[in-house]
Write a protein of this length. Sequence first.
Length: 290
Amino acid sequence: MTPSATATILDGKLTSQNLLDSLSVELGALTAQGAPLPKLVVVLVGDDPASQVYVNKKAKTAQKIGMLSQLLTYPQATSQAELLAVIAQLNQDASVHGILVQLPLPKHINTLDVITAIDPKKDVDGLHPLNMGLLMSGDPSACKPCTPAGVMTLLNAYQVPLAGKNAVVLGRSNIVGKPMGLLLLQENATVTYCHSKTADLPAVCRQADILVAAVGVPNLVTADFIKPGAAVIDVGINRLEGKLVGDVDFASAAQKAGFITPVPGGVGPMTIATLMANTLFLYRQAQSRH
Ligand code: NDP
């Protein structure tokens, strides 16, 4: 029998809904003023089923809160030149405030070339090298990558202490791991990055007051990785025997952690809500330039 969980659940569904409600109020005020509305354009190339689910969720959420959104889908065989032409057009279009190219792209397209082609002022996922540089230098005008920014919102919502705490980030991708560590550092945590070559992963993780798993290996993080009372954030989304599971073995980890995110219902909804918040942020920046 599985003993009952003791950790406080960091409820991403609830926290993201609170964020979406407040965005909805802001968008309602803009509509009432007759102001132009923020617009998000999501570009999907190819037929990756997981990506299709994500982009549909994004478009649906935008619609729900009264934000303009457009989903542009292109076949797998789309050339890089064709995709770059689409981006150039969106860059020129003053009614578009946020551009998100859903990753991964098909193998024949160079991801960095595409991300670099997005106008940094419309780079809603904060992946353009300029925005990554701004994030690195702690500049508040940077649009922060949605998933790690969403994790920070969740930690703040539950008042998880960060300053002076040890944070361990498992994973060093540009989209999650690296910016996650930078955001925790900005909040004065002492940050350690782990990856596939890290020696004695459980021992390093056991130092963590905040442990973020963004690896893509189902149930890698077990109770043995966790310092009693730690905040455990599971970014992973994996399919295991037809079920959605994270990188953390929830049942055992929840016995030892102080706070823990479920999968689903943890980081996933925070990512989508943060995408909406980022679009509004870019819109406000664009308005202030006029
Ligand atoms: P990547 O594959 O780009 O990066 C994975 C990282 O994990 C790499 O740094 C890799 O190390 C490291 N790693 C892999 N295996 C191990 C291991 N056995 N031990 C220690 N480290 C390991 O993935 P992403 O960062 O894009 O995504 C990570 C997970 O988060 C995935 O499950 C993805 O689906 C999910 N995700 C969830 C989102 C959400 O909204 N909830 C949004 C984005 C992603 P190395 O660098 O050495 O190869």
